[in-house]
Design a protein around this ligand. Structure first.
Ligand SMILES: [Zn+2]
Length: 145
């Protein structure tokens, strides 16, 4: 396993639900990355039993809203000069824009293409979102990748 010590400046995405790591790996396009990436699946975790971890030896921009939609229990460690300088606890975003797409044909977003698809968190337990305009409910997992 790549130790955090081996990352000089980069990002560690930790506490990913086992089996979900590949989705994040692909979403971030890490298969084509020109820098070192360690992708650990089924690591032992005291809290979770098993977890996935992605260690990226580069500072890349990550949309934490989308990462929070994928899995709000993820933690992100920012590494600078081989030390953790920031721990980011993700959460389900209250509002997302053009991430979840409303499919209701009667919704204004279907008839007026310039209208952004805005969804608000409806139920954090169920991870559901409600369309700003037509009240259509979508699951957080339905985001556009
Ligand atoms: Zn709608």
């Amino acid at each position: 396993m790549l130790n955090i010590d081996e990352i000089k400046n980069g990002i560690v995405i930790d506490h990913i639900k086992a089996g979900q790591g590949i989705r994040i790996f692909n979403w971030l396009g890490l298969g084509k990355a020109p820098y070192t990436v360690a992708f650990v699946v089924n690591a032992n975790s005291k809290q979770m039993g098993k977890k996935d971890i992605i260690k990226i030896d580069n500072t890349i921009a990550i949309n934490f809203n989308i990462l929070g939609l994928i899995d709000p229990n993820i933690t992100v460690n920012i590494i600078e000069n081989e030390k953790i300088t920031e721990k980011i606890k993700l959460q389900l975003p209250e509002t997302v824009e053009d991430v979840l797409i409303c499919k209701n044909p009667r919704c204004i977003t279907s008839t007026e293409k310039y209208v952004p698809h805005i969804f608000h968190l409806e139920n954090p337990e169920l991870r559901t979102y409600r369309c700003e305009y037509c009240d259509e409910i979508k699951s957080a997992g339905d985001f556009r990748e």
